[in-house]
Design a protein around this ligand. Structure first.
Ligand SMILES: *Cc1c(COP(=O)(O)O)cnc(C)c1O
Length: 432
């Protein structure tokens, strides 16, 4: 058994300082049990905890670390930028540099604005959509997570799903009632909502490949159907690529499935591990923002020079090496996802694997998962036991059945084999 003495001490202190001992709920391991290791450092595909234990990392800071931890070009870019001061609160050329890079990956983003988190990106995009349409209601989908702003917490995924919270205390009914939460992958539900609230729906927002209820791909024609419905009813189509952007393809799901969005939100990878988000899209909507237009939105640290430097190094590398990076991510992810699934099958354990590129989930159950209510039927106790066993074997999976696993370019054959061997032992222990 690995030693966790130091992590245990740090946890005791953290519980006195932070609610639940954490600064973001899912880090607390509430749904899988066991003790969360405290991280001391990370390099490439590996996390090292405060007691010196090593883990293969399958959550990559929840997405950003696609090039592996402490990737030298990113570290150097941050160091160089830091020497010129951490923040100015005035415009820099770096914002334009990253902006042009984003546009090269997402040609549909005619204008954009940097923020400091995915939460701010989606919240601001919704504000723009309401201003553009003069309407109040929005449609989101059950199990999709778009950050923690009030109106977007209705039937949200991620930690909200993990902890089984239907919405959130502290969100006024009046605000929540403007959000219609519909089942994912069900176009008829969207048709009906537009009929029920004619001229009232400002926008449809979604995770185009869901990650925050576990990985759930869109069905054939679903994204296209949403695009057509929103256009027909004068609502904006907001594609939240905070998780999928630069991960499933250089130009995210927009490129992968060839969709046309009015507004796109980005985060995670775009900051290379530093706090950064972005919302952008069609000029006619983005030009509604102050100081050009009447929609107010601002941020003291927006376009922060360290975040821009890390983002330029990360997105720049991905763009330059896209022809090697994305096929490699696909190959490695396929090997891990299918290798572990094969071990489960050998052990007679039912799991359903949903995967799109370097993003996947092993749902513990025997039926297809195409929406949140199907995901919610998973055997979370079996997932929890699997998670604990994998962690003990040095494989750190996202600590929830309802969070997608990720890997990056630092993962290779050694990690694939170690992960599959750990899974074999985990499944053997369950069936013994
Ligand atoms: C993580 C995430 C967010 C929220 O981003 P934060 O930076 O945590 O605020 C929004 N949307 C999606 C799809 C996400 O995965």
């Amino acid at each position: 058994m690995a030693v966790h003495e130091r992590s245990r001490q740090l946890q005791q202190r953290a519980e006195k300082l932070f609610p639940g001992g954490v600064n973001s709920p899912v880090r607390g391991f509430r749904s899988v049990g066991g003790e969360p290791p405290f991280v001391a450092r990370a390099e490439g595909a590996y996390l090292y905890d405060a007691d010196g234990n090593r883990y293969i990392d399958y959550f990559g800071s929840w997405g950003p670390m696609i090039l592996g931890h402490a990737f030298p070009p990113v570290v150097e870019a941050i160091e160089r930028a830091a020497r010129n001061s951490a923040s100015f609160g005035a415009s820099t050329g770096a914002e334009g540099d990253l902006g042009e890079l984003v546009q090269a990956c997402y040609p549909g983003i005619e204008k954009m604005r940097f923020v400091s988190s995915g939460t701010e990106a989606t919240m601001s995009a919704i504000r723009v959509a309401r201003a553009a349409t003069g309407r109040k209601r929005i449609i989101k989908f059950e199990g999709c997570y778009h950050g923690h702003s009030d109106g977007l917490l209705v039937k949200a995924g991620s930690g909200v799903a993990t902890l089984g919270i239907p919405g959130s205390a502290g969100v006024p009914e009046e605000v929540a009632s403007l959000t219609l939460a519909l089942p994912f992958n069900d176009l008829d539900a969207v048709v009906e909502a537009f009929e029920q609230y004619p001229g009232e729906i400002a926008a449809v927002i979604l995770e185009p490949v869901v990650g925050n209820a576990g990985c759930i791909p869109p069905g054939e024609g679903y994204l296209d159907g949403l695009r057509k419905l929103t256009s027909r009813h004068g609502a904006l189509f907001i594609v939240d690529e905070v998780m999928t952007g630069f991960r499933l393809a250089l130009g995210g799901v927009i490129e992968l499935y060839g969709i046309d969005a009015d507004l796109v939100t980005l985060g995670k990878i775009i900051g290379g591990g530093l706090p950064c988000g972005l919302f952008g899209g069609k000029r006619e909507f983005m030009d509604l923002l102050a100081p050009l237009g009447p929609v107010y939105q601002a941020g003291t640290l927006s376009g922060n020079p360290l975040a821009m430097a890390a983002g330029i190094a990360t997105v720049g590398y991905l763009r330059e090496h896209a022809v090697e990076v994305y096929p490699k991510l696909e190959e490695t992810s396929k090997a891990v996802a299918e290798g572990v699934a094969a071990e489960a099958a050998n052990a007679g354990i039912a799991i359903m694997t949903n995967r799109v590129g370097a993003m996947w989930t092993w749902f513990f159950g025997d039926s297809a998962v195409t929406n949140y209510s199907e995901a919610a039927r998973s055997d979370t106790a079996a997932f929890a036991a699997f998670h604990r066993s994998m962690l003990e074997s040095g494989v750190w999976l996202p600590p929830s059945q309802f969070e997608a696993a990720f890997l990056g370019t630092a993962h290779g054959q050694v990690e694939i084999e170690a992960t599959i061997a750990a899974a074999r032992a985990a499944f053997a222990a369950v069936t013994a």
